[in-house]
Every structure is written in C-alpha cells, then in structure tokens.
Design a protein around this ligand. Structure first.
Ligand code: ATP
Length: 299
C-alpha cells in the first residue's frame, strides 16, 4: 500500500507514452531524476513518488490502491476493467482528467485481398489481438461472433502466418498496417492517455498535493493547445478581426507609435483556429503576424 503522505503516480517505464508523460510532469515543475532507473523514483521538490512500470500494469496498481494515480492509455484501462470485472476482481477507479497525448484507435484490419463490405463479413472470423475484451464487447454490440488469438506483440503478422483471419490492433497513422498488406475496416475503440485515480478517498495530505498538481496539469495542457498571436491590423477593421478570433479571452488592442491607421492586436488562440483564419486576416489587411508558443497558463 502507499505511504500516507507521498502521492504515488504510476507511469509507463518506456514506450509510446513515457516521453510525453515525463515531459508533462516536468512541465508541471516536478524534478525527476531521469537517470534514476529504480522502480520508485522520488520527486526531489514535491512529496511525490513516481513508479515506472509496464503500461499494462498501471490499471491494476491504481485499482488495487498500490498507486494513488496513474497515467495510462484508455485502451489499456478499459481492457483491464473489463477483464477484472469478468474475473470478479476490483475494477473501480476515477478518471481524474483526459490528457492530450497518446491518441490512437483500436481497429479491425483485414488482408488487402479480403472483400469487405459490412460488419457481417467478420462474423465467425478469428482475430489476433492484445485487447480481447474490447473486441468482444464491440462484437456483441454489433451482434456478431468473433474468435480471438491473444498476442502481445507483432499482431500485424498474424494473418500472413495463418494464425488469424484479421487483426484488432492499435493504429495511429496506419503505416504499419499498410506495410503489412492490411486494410483498416472498422474502428472498435478510440483512445487517448488519461490521468486516473484510485477509487478510495485520498488522505488529506495527498489530496492537498493533488490539488496543487491538477491545476498545473490543466495549465500545461491548455498552454500546449494554445498559441499567443500578435498582429498588426487596420484600425477600422478591429471589429472584423476580433470576430475572427472569438474565444474566452477578448483580444488586447494596443496603439502603434506613429501609426494612426494601424493597431497591434494580441490574442490567445488555438493553432488550428489560427491556420483556418489566417487567409481571412490577411484579406482584412492584417500583417506582421506572429505566432508564439505558450509556456504555462493558469486561471
Ligand atoms: P507496455 O509494454 O508498457 O505494457 P504497450 O505494449 O501497450 O505497453 P506501447 O506500444 O509503448 O506499449 O503503447 C503504449 C500506449 O501508447 C498504448 O497502450 C496506447 O494507449 C498508446 N498508443 C498511441 N499510439 C499508438 C500506436 N500507434 N500503437 C500502439 N499504441 C499507441
């Protein structure tokens, strides 16, 4: 069980989520010794311990209360919940917040030569997967029967070697599927990384640490998704320029020395929004457009 005073967070030791998780915790101000290869690393400047484990161990560690928090993909989390529920083990946890990395989808992919037209074509087939419970739930919802063969890695080679008819695996770009002559035909589950918390209440000390950490995590995520935009706009077009940059914050409008016709406009916007509106801003006569990353945001 965890100590009464130090918050224990489980994270992936190495793999697709580990760099982003480590970067997030660092940007929240946690000093973690990356060279420290021990299972449990002490954060020097906060009463937090980081437990570095395999991704698939994280849900259980949090559900059993060995760790107070965990950062894990929703796919791993949901698979573990369904499996534990089936086995009659503890499967409760609290999703503290979704995070903005680790995006992928669990999809069914079939060999290129398979003539796919609808879900019914998959009825009775055998799939190689690391996620049998998610596959089964999806198949039940669709009203079809599927068989599975459990593989922890190299799932994509299974059809070629005759182990399965198709696969049900994680996809982000689709490049691995293409390289293995497979075509994505159905999306089973959409996933992102999440911060999860043990279902039992935290001690007052630990809750206080989480109350400090959580706004920092939200601030880092908000900053990552936002850009600080500075531009020069014709003074008589401020209303139109502002209308192109809606959001929570109203733009700051500042005079420009020696220019009666132009003003400087500063605003926080999302990058996507900015690219979508760039052409319109230029058409309104805006220039000197600067886009800057934001380090931290709060409140
Ligand atoms: P571990 O070996 O740590 O038990 P793992 O085998 O799932 O876990 P990774 O391949 O590093 O390890 O994947 C970790 C998580 O990264 C996945 O569970 C998923 O949530 C996320 N992820 C994001 N994109 C992808 C992708 N294209 N393929 C696989 N996982 C992805």
């Amino acid at each position: 069980m965890t100590t009464e005073t130090r918050l224990r967070i489980a994270m992936q030791k190495s793999g697709r989520l580990s760099d982003d998780t480590q970067a997030l915790l660092k940007r929240c101000g946690l000093t973690i010794n990356v060279a420290d290869r021990r299972l449990l690393a002490h954060v020097a400047n906060m009463p937090i311990d980081i437990m570095r484990v395999r991704s698939s161990d994280i849900p259980g560690l949090v559900m059993d209360g060995v760790c107070d928090l965990g950062i894990v993909g929703d796919n791993t989390l949901e698979e573990a919940s369904l499996k534990r529920k089936l086995m009659g083990d503890k499967f409760e946890y609290v999703k503290t917040t979704p995070l903005n990395f680790g995006g992928c989808r669990l999809s069914i992919a079939m060999p290129e030569e398979f003539n796919y037209s609808s879900v019914d074509d998959l009825n009775g087939l055998r799939f190689a997967t690391t996620y049998p419970q998610l596959l089964k739930r999806w198949a039940d919802e669709k009203g079809i029967n599927v068989e599975f063969c459990l593989l922890k890695g190299s799932v994509e080679v299974a059809p070629r070697v005759g182990l399965a008819d198709g696969i049900c695996d994680l996809v982000s770009t689709g490049a691995t599927l293409e390289a293995n002559g497979l075509v994505e035909v159905e999306e089973v589950f959409r996933s992102k990384a999440s911060l999860i918390q043990t279902a039992s209440p935290l001690t007052a000390e630990k809750q206080a640490i989480l109350d400090t950490l959580l706004p920092r995590i939200m601030g880092v995520m908000k900053a990552k998704e936002s850009k600080y935009i500075m531009l020069h706009a014709p003074k008589d077009k401020i209303a139109q320029v502002s209308a192109l940059m809606p959001g929570k914050e109203t733009p700051t409008v500042l005079p420009l020395a020696g220019r009666e016709d132009l003003v400087a406009v500063h605003v926080v916007a999302t990058e996507t929004f900015f690219w979508e509106t760039m052409e319109s801003l230029k058409a309104l006569g805006c220039n000197s457009i600067l886009v800057m990353p934001i380090e931290k945001m709060m409140g």
